[in-house]
Design a protein around this ligand. Structure first.
Ligand SMILES: [Zn+2]
Length: 272
């Protein structure tokens, strides 16, 4: 119960003190996608660019590239020209990282009807300095598998696979703090037990890492209560690290890992 005292909720949508406002938008079904068949007009140029880059080899692939594609507003039908990023390399273009975190890159805005919605599609986030490679794939298609196999060849220390923008942003924030996302997932599971009371009359939608200065937080997203913030200390992080590091295995996984609460739960509860 002591935990609830620290957990502040903000019912206002989209203006919570978090980098994750798109979650509430997504809840309302206002996501816009290039795929999904709704309003997608693939330009031949896009296909051509992909093929061209492949022939040049992987070094070329690591650089930022995008195509400009037509996207019809799902609300009013106005056609927009929208940049679609195949690769976002923040070592090459650091400003793109800020844009991702501030929901300015993967977002759709219609100047006619004022609709703003997260724009999720397959993309690769590259931070060479941090040795971080995050593959965002909303769906795991056979093309994604093929592409993953190609990216797998790159010698990056941290390779992660995520299926939504919030997870992508969370991985970036964790790396910014030089923390291990696997430890963060263990921290979340440990807090689940303490959130049981709050979950009796409300649905817990997600838990995401956030920070302010040197203070870490776990943001909890409830359906009715809204967004809450649980402070977690650096000492606690180190304690969790100490307790679980031997179970995670010392070896570095060369493949893309899906590190989420299920991953941590499997280890914590010895599930296969
Ligand atoms: Zn519109």
């Amino acid at each position: 119960m002591g935990l609830a005292l620290h957990c502040r909720y903000d019912r206002r949508k989209g203006i919570a003190p978090s980098p994750y406002p798109s979650l509430s938008l997504a809840e309302e079904g206002l996501t816009v996608g290039f795929s999904g068949g709704l309003c997608y007009d693939r330009k031949d140029a896009w296909q051509g660019l992909c093929r061209q880059d492949r022939s040049r080899g992987l070094i070329m692939d690591k650089l930022t590239r995008y195509s400009t594609e037509e996207l019809k507003c799902p609300q009013c039908g106005k056609v927009h020209m929208v940049k679609r990023y195949a690769v976002v390399n923040v070592t090459e273009k650091p400003e793109l990282k800020e844009q991702v975190l501030m929901n300015k890159l993967f977002v759709f805005h219609c100047d006619q009807c004022d609709l703003t919605a997260p724009l999720t599609y397959e993309t690769v986030y590259v931070d060479s300095k941090k040795q971080l490679l995050i593959y965002l794939a909303p769906e795991k298609t056979s093309n994604v598998e093929k592409s993953l196999a190609e990216w797998q060849k790159l010698d990056f220390r941290h390779k992660r696979l995520v299926d939504n923008l919030n997870d992508l942003k969370e991985k970036i924030l964790i790396a910014d703090n030089l923390l291990d996302d696997r430890i963060v997932e263990f921290m979340k599971i440990e807090h689940l037990k303490q959130l049981e009371n709050e979950m009796k009359d409300d649905n817990l939608l997600n838990i995401l890492f956030d920070y302010q200065g040197t203070q870490y937080y776990l943001m909890v997203f409830f359906e009715k209560k809204g967004i809450g913030r649980i402070p977690v200390s650096q000492e606690y992080y180190r304690d969790v690290e100490h307790r679980y590091s031997h179970r995670m295995g010392k070896k570095i996984d060369k493949n893309f890992m899906e590190v989420d609460m299920r991953w941590a739960g499997d280890i914590m509860f010895d599930r296969n």
